[in-house]
Design a protein around this ligand. Structure first.
Ligand SMILES: Cc1cc2nc3c(=O)[nH]c(=O)nc-3n(C[C@H](O)[C@H](O)[C@H](O)COP(=O)(O)OP(=O)(O)OC[C@H]3O[C@@H](n4cnc5c(N)ncnc54)[C@H](O)[C@@H]3O)c2cc1C
Length: 426
């Protein structure tokens, strides 16, 4: 039953407690507006969740990091409270011939990072071009890079070739490195997003909260008054100034904000107001436990340039934050991008073989902990797709989320903030 309250007493009802919905709720609450966040799942965070196993491993649902200089994230999140733990800038790249090469600060100090020893990764002009792009992106704000039409019209692979990079460095460095960010080794993601991400690798650090990625949405949820988030509350329909739950309960709203993933938004919103549901990039994250190493950790990400590999990137997450694993153990996160068509058993067996070839025979004994298959990890952001889509659908209906912009925490938060600002100024 809808209550007979005046519109000013009613909350702004936000559907979805992912980063977009929580950001929107926090900005509205900070301005004194009543908010009610309805979340289908049993916790906040959406795609940013962490499970803690009985043994004490912290398993993020998919390998995910926070880039510290993302402007919206930096503005909203209290990094100190998260006790951010940083990866070392760079990566160890396993080349298709099985040799490994370590690149420290490859985008921050390209000429030093790609020394003669690492010439297999690319040519000297390739390395100079990285320095030149690093200089170039520093001259633009994030917003300027994202709104550049010339780069938006190109996919990343075409942009890299037009910039003059060799196939050698595209395959050995850009494909494993940025393919891991996009979950797309074909590099078909729009090049304005490439420049945006590149800038933030040049200027910032890559980090995880000490206790797992879910600490980020939990921090936002903790800023809201008690009772303003209802978990396990899926919304089934939206009507003028009210939402209907799957239980049949109807809640009145001053304004409705659809902050779900793009697929659900396309289902909830009137067909005329929402573009087609997004296409998605899939990833699979397989976690293993290994005995803790005696050596001091290098805190570098491992990337695989071999085109037919399944272990695309490997992170020893507990080397970066020791709370990710119980004492004496090491947490190994292995990401496989795209569809692989394998059962969990088949994938685990194939990964063990690859990891043993990569890290030595002991890796074949690593204990399999859990596998997360995430078919809807990132919305596809293709060349020509706008970096900002309309958020206001009519006077009392808005939408936000990464599907309205580009696939990143920064976009989810930005869209949530913009919706809050639009509601406050209405
Ligand atoms: C494996 C992985 C790795 C990633 N890596 C990075 C990274 O390194 N850096 C980065 O910046 N970004 C990364 N991302 C992307 C980032 O996590 C997302 O862009 C962001 O979390 C999206 O937030 P959102 O609020 O738009 O959507 P979501 O997180 O999808 O939130 C939507 C919420 O709506 C809820 N919901 C859905 N339907 C209903 C309903 N009917 N009723 C009520 N609630 C509903 C959902 O349960 C969910 O909580 C990664 C994502 C994944 C999955």
């Amino acid at each position: 039953m809808t209550t007979a309250a005046t519109t000013s007493e009613l909350p702004v009802v936000i559907i979805g407690a992912g980063m977009a919905g929580l950001a929107c709720a926090c900005y509205l609450h900070r301005a004194g507006r009543l908010v009610l966040v309805l979340e289908a799942a049993d916790a906040v965070g959406g795609r940013v969740r962490t499970d803690v196993t009985a043994e004490g491993f912290r398993l993020d649902r998919g390998f995910q990091v926070l880039q510290t200089k993302y402007p919206e994230v930096q503005h909203l999140i209290d990094y100190g409270a998260l006790q951010l733990q940083t990866f070392r800038s760079g990566a160890v790249i396993r080349l298709p011939n099985g040799q490994q090469t370590t690149l420290v600060n490859p985008l921050q100090q390209p000429t030093a990072a790609f020394s003669a020893l690492t010439s297999r990764v690319g040519t000297l002009p390739d390395k100079l071009r990285i320095a030149s792009l690093a200089q170039h992106v520093r001259g633009f704000t994030s917003g300027q890079l994202l709104s550049r039409n010339s780069t938006n019209q190109l996919d990343t692979a075409t942009f890299l070739r037009q910039y003059g990079w060799s196939e050698q460095i595209i395959d050995n460095f850009f494909r494993p490195f940025f393919g891991g960010v996009y979950l797309d080794r074909s590099l078909s993601t729009a090049a304005n997003f490439f420049e945006f991400v590149f800038k933030h690798f040049v200027e910032g650090e890559v980090a995880i909260p000490a206790l797992g990625m879910q600490q980020i949405p939990e921090q936002l949820a903790a800023r809201l008054p008690q009772g303003s988030i209802r978990l396990n509350t899926p919304v089934s329909a939206i009507r003028e100034l009210e939402v209907e739950l799957t239980t049949g309960e109807i809640l009145a709203a001053a304004t409705v904000v659809v902050a779900t993933d793009g697929t659900t938004a396309a289902h909830l919103l009137p067909p005329a107001s929402e573009p087609l549901p997004p296409q998605w990039r899939q990833t699979t994250c397989t976690y293993f436990a290994a005995p803790a190493p005696a050596a001091r950790p290098d805190k570098l990400l491992r990337l695989n340039a071999a085109p037919d590999a399944l272990a695309h990137n490997v992170a020893f997450s507990s080397d970066v934050s020791s709370a990710y694993a119980p004492a004496g153990q090491q947490l190994v996160s292995v990401s496989t991008h795209g569809e692989h068509g394998l059962s969990e058993e088949e994938l685990t067996a194939r990964l063990r073989q690859e990891l043993a070839a990569w890290f030595g025979p002991a890796a074949s004994q690593w204990q399999h902990l859990r596998t997360y298959v995430i078919p809807q990890a990132l919305p596809v952001y293709a060349a020509g797709q706008p970096a900002r889509q309309p958020l206001k659908l009519h006077d009392t209906l808005y939408r936000c989320g990464d599907h309205t912009a580009y696939p990143s925490l920064n976009a989810a938060i930005a869209s949530g903030r913009e919706v809050a600002e639009a509601i406050l100024s209405a």
